[in-house]
Design a protein around this ligand. Structure first.
Ligand SMILES: C[S@@+](CC[C@H](N)C(=O)[O-])C[C@H]1O[C@@H](n2cnc3c(N)ncnc32)[C@H](O)[C@@H]1O
Length: 328
């Protein structure tokens, strides 16, 4: 092994050992106020992730396999601690096959944190990260986007593709902002749809649930009949997992399936997400981050006209690109 690489690896594992000592100290220091514990942990994690990011920048170009192996070893060494947060445990164990499933997102939406101990300190740090804040802000953005439009359109047919827990819809119903829209929520995962039904509670009968796979729509370049004629389509937390060709074909299918004058709102995490290193190293949660140009290009390649596209962020200085695309 190249001497430069071994010295970077050595420095990294020293930082891992220092982090583990910090965690041991916090686990035994039960009297420290939770805020103080979270501050110490946050600082330790920041130092560790800087070290991981630096190692990554050395290994990624020339030794990608060593990078993957090092990330596995890192997770083996640290997962017992990180799994004290049920949120990170779910991302790591992937009970639905991938990180970022409906139940994990709903922990963020409902601010579900461990109640005490070092797990509490870990959740305090986690829920304050830019990525988690962006996920919650993104939900608020989509609610404003939908509420403004359903009030202007009569009987809008609204599709939520990859709907997950349906917190967007539940919040809109609670706020009386659904107007006379007909909502169709779509997910590939029957467990997500069953969960969404429970979240929607008394409103569930007002919603049409469809189990369908977006990748099949991309392959067919068409949406199922139940989704055809949509006036408004939203999709969050899906495109960040789709490689370019599938994403373009899915946009083509959604465009073809929309009513004339319809609109799409699609989100994608932007390049430069400061929580990326933590997500990938600690939680094995890998997203496809895109620049504004890369994301907009998907829409152009799918046949949208440049003048029909608008790209914003979920919040000022935010991390999620939110593209509104008009079907003309
Ligand atoms: C990150 S969650 C986002 C949920 C919701 N859109 C939100 O932002 O709260 C991702 C959801 O996408 C669904 N999903 C993943 N791949 C899918 C696919 N190929 N077709 C349909 N749904 C999919 C998952 O089952 C999960 O519920």
């Amino acid at each position: 092994m190249d001497a430069g690489i071994s010295s970077h690896l050595g420095a990294f594992y020293q930082d891992v050992a220092a982090f583990q000592s910090l965690v041991d100290g916090l686990e035994h220091e039960t009297g420290a106020p939770p805020r103080a514990q979270a501050a110490m942990l946050g600082h330790g994690l920041q130092t560790l992730m800087l070290s991981a990011g630096e190692l990554e920048s050395h290994l990624a170009p020339s030794a990608p396999e060593l990078l993957r192996d090092t990330q596995h070893t890192f997770r083996r060494l640290t997962s017992a601690f990180f799994c004290k947060s049920p949120n990170i445990e779910r991302a790591l164990t992937k009970p639905r096959g991938y990180a970022g499933d409906h139940a994990l997102l709903d922990m963020y939406y409902t601010d579900s944190r461990v109640s005490s101990g070092v797990g509490r300190a870990l959740d305090e740090v986690l829920y304050g990260t830019p990525a988690v804040r962006a996920v919650v802000n993104r939900k608020e953005y989509v609610k404003r986007w939908l509420a403004a439009r359903v009030s202007r359109r009569s009987c809008a047919k609204v599709i939520d593709l990859a709907c997950g827990p349906c917190r967007v819809e539940r919040d809109l119903f609670d706020a009386g902002r659904v107007a006379d829209a007909q909502l169709t929520v779509v997910d590939q995962d029957p467990e997500a749809l069953a969960y969404a039904r429970r979240v929607l509670g008394p409103y569930a009968d007002l919603v049409n649930f469809v189990q369908a796979n977006a990748i099949q729509m991309a392959r067919a370049k068409a949406v199922p009949a139940a989704l055809a004629g949509a006036s408004l389509t939203v999709s969050l937390g899906l495109f960040d997992y789709l490689p370019r060709a599938i994403a373009v074909n899915l946009l083509r299918a959604l465009r073809a399936g929309s009513a004339p004058g319809g609109e799409l709102l699609v989100g994608n995490f932007a390049r430069g997400n400061p929580t990326r290193t933590f997500m990938e190293w600690a939680a094995d949660w890998v997203l496809i981050h895109r620049t504004d140009e890369e994301f907009l290009q998907l829409f152009l390649d799918a046949g949208f006209a440049p003048e029909d596209l608008r790209c914003e962020r979920e919040a000022e200085g935010g991390l999620v690109l939110m593209v509104t695309a008009r079907v003309t």
